[in-house]
Design a binder for this molecule. Structure first.
Ligand code: FES
Ligand code: FES
Length: 235
């Protein structure tokens, strides 16, 4: 006796449906082929037109991408750098701030070291806070106060006590990291005028110096802090 779990009256019906569907699929599948190989058929134009239209759309889309303005071209960012307002045009807001400072505004005192927020050579202040400009989008800095090493010097050209201490104690060696070191020190002194050695260590932990000038840097920060306190007391 044959083994079957299906209902005896349902199975033939299902089979009929199955064959009907398969037959239709085969016929429908061949239809475009038949139409496209029958040049005189009025339906011949239809697949050709569809293909042509699709190619034209692709070409139109490519042309639009090629010749339209990139989205960022419409952008103009307002940057306040060292007290001056700069309207920078055609700028992608995701560009690292470092490139805008160096390449667009020609403020090359800020250095490119690692490029991955590890060395501190590129540190600038944004609203008084140290940020690593190699990993900080210019779009985030817009309308905020940016200070670079060029803006540390006073309006009349007088050196900041930090810069003076750096010179007096001959801190720099190759000098590459020093702009970033001074910017971190400035951020520290702005909110902690008399930092301890431990506090200096913490604040400048992210500033690397391949020449190993760390001891002189700490000393210079303390000298500058003393000088700033003395000036405040006498004024
Ligand atoms: S260049 Fe930005 S942290 Fe090194
Ligand atoms: S002075 Fe050379 S890397 Fe710091």
């Amino acid at each position: 006796m044959a083994r079957s779990t299906s209902h005896p009256r349902i199975k033939p019906n299902l089979q009929r449906w199955y064959y009907a569907i398969e037959l239709r699929k085969t016929h429908y599948g061949m239809l475009p082929l038949l139409l496209s190989v029958t040049p005189m058929s009025p339906a011949f134009a239809s697949p050709t037109l569809i293909i042509a239209h699709s190619y034209l759309s692709k070409i139109r889309y490519s042309m639009r991408i090629l010749f339209s303005k990139p989205i960022y071209k419409q952008n103009m960012l307002k940057l306040i750098v060292n007290g001056k307002v700069h309207n920078v045009e055609d700028i992608d807001p995701s560009t690292p701030l470092l490139w805008i400072l160096r390449d667009t505004l020609n403020l090359v005192g800020t250095k490119y070291g690692c490029g991955i927020a590890q060395c501190g050579a590129c540190i600038v202040l944004v609203d008084g806070q140290p940020v690593r400009s190699c990993a900080y989008s210019v779009g985030l800095a817009t309308k905020h106060k940016i200070t670079t090493i060029e803006g540390v010097v006073g309006e009349n050209g007088a050196l900041h006590p930090l810069q003076q201490a750096w010179i007096d104690l001959d801190v720099s060696q190759c000098g590459y990291c020093q702009a970033g070191q001074i910017m971190s020190a400035l951020a520290l002194l702005n909110h902690n005028p008399r930092p301890s050695i431990a506090e200096i260590d913490v604040a400048l932990a992210g500033n690397l110096c391949r020449c190993g000038t760390y001891l002189r840097i700490k000393h210079a920060i303390q000298v500058a802090a003393q000088s700033m306190t003395d000036t405040e007391n006498t004024s």
